[in-house]
Design a protein. Structure first.
Length: 228
């Protein structure tokens, strides 16, 4: 029997899927990832490689079996292990069962080549969740909600009528999209929890002292409420 799965948001935070493709696999020649993370990373990489979210279990195994064997050279049942780990991803809600046609589907955020390149230029593997979130928000802008936030909130920073911006080559203004309550703190990935900020205020929203952060959060929530 064949199975079809689809990737769901990882831990309720779809951007983690993106980040996995930049995690370093080995440190001083030793694998640092566990089986589950390694499998998930390879699923995402494979989808990028074939340029499709739908992939065949058989093709995945064929393409990735060497990588898995290299990951754990002493494992003598590597194909069974791959199948088992896909099961683990399914059981933990990262991929889900669709039908019996032998294909998995990767859902969620689109991983575009230019974004991948940008992400590869920064190392986020050791970052705390909030810092990762900031980096993802900053480097990955080409996704639906980010577009929507700019449509609704405009291209000027929402914090205290700030006018800090500059024009880009395409004639639009530079602005960053921000989750007011960070996803890693349970904030939602919806427009009511989004705002647009200039680069400076975006950093401030993530990295200033707790009192300033809370002040900004309350200010932005109010601003957004007025605009929705
Ligand atoms: Zn942010
Ligand atoms: Zn600003």
């Amino acid at each position: 029997m064949k199975f079809v799965f689809s990737i769901k948001k990882a831990e309720g935070y779809q951007d983690f899927i993106l980040l996995e493709s930049v995690f370093s696999e080995f440190v001083f020649g030793r694998p640092v990832m566990n089986w589950k993370d390694f499998t998930r990373r390879n699923v995402v990489d494979f989808c990028n490689q074939i340029g499709s979210r739908t992939f065949c279990l058989k093709d995945f195994i064929k393409a990735k079996i060497d990588a898995f064997q290299h990951f754990k050279p002493n494992n003598n049942h590597i194909e069974a292990k791959i199948r088992q780990q896909l099961q683990v991803l399914r059981d933990t809600g990262i991929i889900s069962f669709l039908d019996n046609s032998g294909h998995y589907t990767l859902r969620g955020i689109d991983l575009l080549e230019p974004e991948k390149k940008e992400l590869q230029s920064i190392d986020v593997s050791g970052e705390i969740p909030e810092r990762r979130e900031y980096l993802v928000e900053t480097y990955v802008r080409n996704i639906t909600w980010a577009k929507k936030a700019r449509e609704i909130f405009g291209e000027y920073c929402l914090y205290r009528k700030c006018r800090n911006t500059f024009l880009k080559d395409d004639g639009t203004r530079y602005i960053e999209v921000h989750h007011i309550i960070p996803l890693c703190n349970g904030g939602e990935d919806g427009i009511w929890n989004m705002s647009v900020l200039c680069a400076h205020h975006h950093r401030m929203a993530h990295f200033s002292d707790a009192k300033t952060r809370i002040t900004m959060e309350n200010y932005l929530l109010k601003e957004v409420e007025q605009r929705l």
